[in-house]
Design a protein around this ligand. Sequence first.
Ligand code: ATP
Length: 606
Amino acid sequence: MQRMGGHMSRGFMTEEEKANRPKVTGALLKRVFSYLKPYWKQFVLILCAIAASSLLALYPSVLTGRIVDALAERKGVALLVKLILLSLGVTLGSNLIGVGQNYLNSWIAQHITFDMRNKMYAHLQQMSQRFFTTNNQGDIITRMTSDISGVQSVITNTFTSILSNSITLIAALAVMYQRNWMLATLGVLVIPLFVIPSRHAGKTRWTLTRESQACNDEVNGILNETLSVSGQMLVKLFGKEKYEYERYKSVNQRMIRLNIKESMAGRWFFMVISTFSSIGPMLLYLVGGILMMNYDQNITVGDITVMVALLGRMYGPVNSLLNIQVEWIRSMALFTRIFEYFDLPVEIQNAPDAVTPASADGSVEFSHVNFSYDPERQILHDVSFRLDAGRSIAIVGPSGSGKSTIINLIPRLYDCQQGTVYYGGTDVKKLDLSFLRKSVGIVSQETYLFNGTIRENLLYARPDATEEELIAACKKANIYDFVLKQEQGLDAMVGNRGLKLSGGEKQRLSIARVLLKNPALLIFDEATSALDSISESRIQEAIEPIIKERTSILIAHRLSTIMAADEILVVKDGAIVERGVHADLVKAGGVYSELYETQFKKALSK
Ligand code: ATP
């Protein structure tokens, strides 16, 4: 809103805004006010402050009239000095109240948005994986940042501007009419003279500003896409430097033209405003002068001065109040967007009677599980298997067959629609969520590391781990020699998302992280991406002993990992089509033996 350029241009809506005009219902208003309610005492204070400062701010204009009259009638220096001091004192008082009001205002706005932000963040954290895979990350962040900041501006600007402008306007009119009704009426009549042209000029400027903003967004988009790590790589590998340069240059050029146009429109805008705003006072001087000199002896020079001064103070409030309808709609749209997010149902949550067992053995059972991400397409079909405590299962199958989907159901990243997933003998939907997730550790294919040190990334799993425990985990995960090679050891930075590490190092580091978590069930989603054979065997060396000592599920792509497990499940098109041990499955001549011939064997001979 602020970027639209001055309060004159805020009073226009885009076509999109017009189309998405929110329905303002009693329920919506009640909800908005529920956020303001805890701060009602401060609001009352603000109200008083606004009333006091708006009224006091008008008073010097009235005093100007008396000063002018004191001068015209040569009433003596003492009175003059008194009036001047009074005027200065009132201005000072009004400004001081203004400062206090400002403080209160931003205090309330900050507190309300603080409450909202925290509530929204906590709510979003409860959203299921489905929410994050379907929603654009940019949208989510916009709701968290700009939308909620918008609320701040609604409170600091819209609410207070409605109040203070209405008070100023009413008080100014009252004083004017009390002085002289004819001059006051003239004053009211000249207001449209100023307002209409300035609104017209404002609209032109606003349209240009919007165009240049869109252009700016486009420039940012190009920069974001092409100057990022992976974007640059793509540009380089496809030799698109020249193409991207031309694309950037042409948008940039369009932006220059728009910016120049916009700045000229700005000049015209101010020219129109200043010309028309001087017509009003001149008319008042003219008509007031004629009245005073020819018809009405009671009108003083001071009266006319007060009228002119008050008229000057009315332009701003009139303009602001004309924008209010639009601002109101915009504010309501903002609240509606935020509430929409608050109203998203929490898909996966703790059952009211959730149980928290004392300990878990890591056993898993799937019983006739059907699952789909979207209603149109079923992914898992009647999946049933059992993994006893202390044993391990390798899940193999072609890409896209549903291997990751199966494991997603165990820590309840998604809930299955039919059938039951048991963990430690209890339906996962009936288990306490935090217990379940604490007890299941996953090393995923896409390892995610935060931008920080190796130590920080490890401690994320268990903040109270000792140095010895960190080192032991690193040793087990076969990453300790790498740590030792770093100048800063455990305090070496891993880079943005761990980009400073190789794929193999990242995966071993995340194995160490999961080991620190010490889960009863370990799920290892083996990376399909090509790792060199040394790196691969290092992961292998790390993972094999771990599998032996705890309940584990491995999504395996390499024969050595598959062989390390006690049982192999073969998944195809979301169903378990074969199960058993390697030798038997190869002999059976089914899907597994085909996979063995085409993938595992090849990998073996590398
Ligand atoms: P890969 O070995 O390539 O990792 P996978 O066997 O693990 O494959 P899944 O990731 O389980 O396969 O995917 C199974 C199917 O579900 C795929 O067809 C995929 O397109 C679909 N799928 C996966 N995740 C989602 C999602 N979040 N929303 C909708 N469909 C999805």
